[in-house]
Write a protein that binds this ligand. Sequence first.
Ligand SMILES: Cc1cc2nc3c(=O)[nH]c(=O)nc-3n(C[C@H](O)[C@H](O)[C@H](O)COP(=O)(O)OP(=O)(O)OC[C@H]3O[C@@H](n4cnc5c(N)ncnc54)[C@H](O)[C@@H]3O)c2cc1C
Length: 440
Amino acid sequence: MLSKSTQTMVLSTMGKRYFSMSTPKSKHFKLVVVGGGAGGCSIAAKFARKIDPKSIAVIEPADMHYYQPQWTMVGGGMKKLEESGRTMESVLPKSITWLKEKAVGFYPDKNLIQISGKNQEPIQYDYLVVATGIQLNFNQIKGLIQAFDTPGVCSNYSPLYVNKTLESIKGFKKGNAIFTFPNTPIKCAGAPQKIMYIADSYFRKHGKRQDANVVFNTSLGVLFGVKKYADALWEIVKKRDIKVNLRTNLVEVIPKERKAIFENLDKPGTSETFDYEMLHVTPPMGPHDVMKTSAGDLVDPAGYVNLNKTTLQHVKYQNIFGLGDCTNLPTSKTAAAVAGQCGILSQNLWSVMNGKDPLGQYDGYTSCPLVTSYSTCVLAEFDYTSQPLETFPVNQAKESRVAFHLKKDIMPGIYWNLMLNGHWNGPAAFRKIAHLGFGK
Ligand SMILES: Cc1cc2nc3c(=O)[nH]c(=O)nc-3n(C[C@H](O)[C@H](O)[C@H](O)COP(=O)(O)OP(=O)(O)OC[C@H]3O[C@@H](n4cnc5c(N)ncnc54)[C@H](O)[C@@H]3O)c2cc1C
C-alpha cells in the first residue's frame, strides 16, 4: 500500500539506533531537552545561543523530523510527504549533543533521566525541558491496524498512512466517506475535519459528490471548541450537505465487510454500524507510555507534564519546564501553541537559570488553520478563555484565500527557517501592529 519512497523514509526512521553530533564527553548537562520535535528543537536552538551549546543535550530517538501540519496538505494531494520531513541531524542545532535514544525513565527528585540502549548511564541535568509530544494509539481501535492494509482506510496522523488518504479520495466510487474524531485529547483538533472538507471539494471537482455521503462522526458534543468558528463551520457543513453525528466514537473496524462500529457516548452500551467506502481515522491519543509508568510526580494523574499554565514551569520542580503536546496546558495542542510557549518558556527558564523569578506569562495562544477546500481556509486563533485572538484586523471566521496561502505556502517556511532555529514566538508582535497597538 505504501509507495517505495514512503517506505524508504519510514524505514530510515527505524534504522540506526545511536548517533551523536558530538560524542558526549560527560553524562552531565546543564540543560537536557527530551524530544526533538517542534518544541524541543526550537527550545534547544534558543538556548544554544544563550549558553555553551556543549552543555545542552537533546534526547530524541527519531532519524526524521516532520512538519506534521503539512500532512493535511499531503492527504489532500497539495504537497508531497517527502516535503514534510527533514533529517533530525539537519534540524537540531549543530553544536549540541544529540543522544539518539528514548527517555525510558524520569527521576525528577534526583535530576536524572534513564535512556534506552544497552549499558547506558543515566543522564544528569541541572535544568530539564520535556517536549515528548503525544502518543498515537491506533491499536486502541479493534481491527484498525489490519484495516489500513485494505482499500479506503487511511489517516493523516501518521507518515505511514497519510499517502493512503489521497489514494482513498482518488479511488472513491460510491457510498459513505466517513471522517472520525476520537474520545481523547488530540493534537490539532481541526485536522479531522480539514481533510473532510478537502475530500468534499475533490469529489465535487471530479463529479463524484452525488455518489458520496460525507459524514463526520465526532466524539465531541460540538463541531469546534470556539463558538465563533463553530458557527462558521456549521454553516459550511450545512451548505455542503455534510452529515455531522456528535458524541459518536469509532470503536471497531471490520475491513472484510467494510464496516465501522461507533459507540453512542450519550447512550452507553449502544452502537451503530456504518458501511464505508472511505474511512479517515483520527486515532485515540494520550501521553507516551513512559510518562504514565516512569515519570513519578513529573506528570498529572492522566500522564501529562504538570505545569503552571502561565509560566510553563513545573508545579513541583522549579528546574523543570515543559511545552507542547505532552503537557497539561489547557489549550488546543498545536505547533502554533508551541511557538507561543517557546518565547515564554525561554524567557522564564533563562530567568530561573539566573536566580530570578519567572515572570513571562503564556495566555494559551493557539491557532488552527481550518482548510475548507483547495483554495480556502478559516483561520482560527484563540486563547485559554476560548476567545478569538486574531492576528489580522478582518473577520477570520470567514473562508479566505489569503489564509489558505498563509497555511499552504508561508507557514512551512516560518516553521523550518524561523521556528526551528528559535526565532519564532508566534504572531503576537504582528497582531499588535495589525491592530494599531490596540487589543491583546
Ligand atoms: C495531521 C496533523 C495536522 C496538524 N495541523 C496543524 C496545524 O495546522 N497547525 C498547527 O499549529 N499544528 C498542527 N498540528 C499539530 C502539531 O504538529 C503538533 O502540535 C506539534 O508538532 C507539537 O509539538 P511537540 O514538540 O509537542 O511534539 P512533536 O512535534 O510531536 O515532537 C515530539 C518529539 O518527541 C519525541 N519523543 C517521543 N517520546 C520520546 C521519548 N520517550 N524520549 C525522547 N524523545 C521522545 C518524538 O520522537 C518527537 O520527535 C498537526 C498535527 C497533525 C498530525
